[in-house]
Design a protein around this ligand. Structure first.
Ligand SMILES: Nc1nc2c(ncn2[C@@H]2O[C@H](COP(=O)(O)OP(=O)(O)OP(=O)(O)O)[C@@H](O)[C@H]2O)c(=O)[nH]1
Ligand SMILES: [Mg+2]
Length: 461
């Protein structure tokens, strides 16, 4: 990948969400950015001001001389900017009309509307960040919980990049040795080379495995652990969703069959990001609408990573409860015996024996044992995750897929060496692994891939 500064036209976009807000920011990047801004700005001469300074003034329409807005303009000169190009940020008063008007003025005076992700793409093309960092910009924007954001920020700082480049260097050093070995024919060069390649392959595979282990947690951090709240009608499912989200998003009534459709909410429970799904009570019904709701509940149940199975603990276990217990037996689940305040017919011990799963008694209405429930969710989540403090994580399918591919190539190297296949043939896969790892960071990524990636970004990033 060429790391030289490329010349580009000047792009502009609104970088804050469209809508009513305190301030909006219109951003420009490119050679002409400062000149164009200066043309529509009344205040200091922006072409003369020092870099990384902010200036008070007004945006005026040079055609009509009309004042559009009172603004603060930040001037950032290359190369110490996000894109490594000259950049200007116009802080104007929020509101769609004014913000759009300013953008239109910039476009009329020589800037081009930026494509989605184009600012970040320039940062990448100009060598300011690598692909894992570019992806993390998108992750930060989309992060649904604090922890997810932390991981993305860590990645933006280059954590994953460093690990991948380290592995690539190991491979490259070994390849360099291959050349040296060939220069000393008094040794059995092939044998030495083969051993070195196999050793390095083994070592790098171990490192890849460690990263791949983080991929599952990374994906959950990005998307939230899909958690379905299921049970018979009226057991308190929607009440639980409302409690965990501290809201009244779901309708709660004493009418069985209140919830007709699934409802999703993101929430962080003791630091664990959950995508909570409230479902319609699963039971046999002839009602047309309810039937569809029950089908959707079944679908949510199938796709869930975690099931919160609610049972009315003040009543005897119904056949339908038992059917749900059987249906969820292969899922990670917590059995919640709710309505503890109405007395308890089902005991925790008995249920534990019967279900072989963690069981807890609660009263959602009286907010009893709900903190303990949250602890249980957290415990269940972190069991099975070895190193949850590690900030370096693989957070998307693209990265994980390429790591798998590199691992396979290195395994093939080891196999070839074991089978005493000629070294130059084993070396093909060894080189291949080096390339594959480079695709993760963008050091050796094809253009189509890069374009496809950046097009997923939102406008103004
Ligand atoms: N006594 C008591 N009532 C509760 C408790 N939790 C929920 N309820 C009540 O039970 C009724 C049903 O609660 P919902 O949260 O709507 O139950 P649901 O499982 O979502 O019901 P559907 O949507 O109809 O399937 C409401 O009147 C709640 O106030 C509890 O712990 N104790
Ligand atoms: Mg409900």
């Amino acid at each position: 990948m060429a790391q030289t500064l490329t010349e580009f036209d000047t792009i502009a976009a609104i970088s804050t969400p469209i809508g009513e807000g305190g301030i909006s920011i219109v951003r420009m990047s490119g050679e002409e950015a400062i000149k164009i801004a200066n043309h529509v700005f009344k205040g200091a001469d922006l072409t003369k001001v020092a870099t990384h300074t902010i200036h008070y003034g007004h945006i005026i329409d040079p055609e009509t001389d009309k004042t559009i807005d009172e603004v603060m303009v930040t001037v950032l000169r290359a190369p110490k900017t996000f894109t490594r190009e000259d950049m200007v940020e116009i802080n104007c008063h929020g509101g769609i009309v004014v913000t759009n008007h300013i953008l239109q003025l910039l476009l009329a005076n020589g800037a081009r509307m930026a494509d989605p992700g184009e600012f970040t793409k320039r940062a990448f093309v100009n060598g300011r960040i690598d692909l894992t960092q570019a992806e993390s910009v998108m992750d930060i924007v989309r992060a649904k919980t604090d922890k997810a954001r932390q991981v993305a920020v860590g990645q933006l700082a280059g954590g994953l990049l460093e690990k991948i480049r380290g592995m690539r260097k190991e491979i490259l050093d070994t390849l360099a040795n291959v050349e040296v070995n060939i220069d000393y024919p008094e040794y059995d060069a092939d044998q030495i080379t083969a051993k070195q390649m196999a050793d390095t392959s083994n070592d790098v595979i171990k490192k890849i495995d460690r990263l791949l282990k983080t991929a599952q947690e990374g994906t959950i951090l990005r998307n939230g652990l899909a958690t379905a709240i299921v049970g018979q009608p009226n057991v308190g499912k929607s009440s639980l969703l409302n409690y965990l989200t501290q809201s009244d998003k779901a309708i709660v009534t004493d009418v069985a069959g209140t919830t007709r459709d699934t409802l999703e909410e993101y929430v962080s429970v003791k630091g664990v990001p959950l995508k909570l799904i409230d479902t319609a009570g699963i039971h046999h019904t002839e009602d047309k609408v309810e039937k569809i709701g029950v089908e959707r509940s079944q679908k949510a149940l199938k796709q869930a990573d975690l099931v919160l199975l609610l049972i009315d603990g003040s009543q005897d276990l119904t056949q339908e409860d038992q059917a749900l217990i059987a249906e969820t037996k292969n899922k990670k689940r917590i059995i919640i015996l709710n309505k503890l305040d109405l007395g308890q017919k089902l005991t925790i011990e008995k249920m534990q024996q019967m279900t072989n799963s963690p069981v807890i008694s609660t009263s959602i209405l009286k907010e009893k044992n709900l903190d303990e429930l949250e602890d249980l969710i957290k415990k269940l989540f972190f069991s099975g995750i070895e190193n949850s403090n590690d900030q370096v994580m693989v957070t998307n399918q693209r990265q994980a897929g390429l790591l798998q591919k590199a691992k396979k190539q290195l395994q093939d190297v080891i196999k070839a060496v074991e089978n005493e296949i000629p070294v130059d043939i084993a070396q093909i896969d060894f080189n291949g692994a080096w390339d594959t790892l480079g695709e993760i960071t963008g050091d050796s990524a094809p253009d189509e891939l890069i374009n496809a990636l950046f097009s997923q970004f939102c406008l103004g990033k």
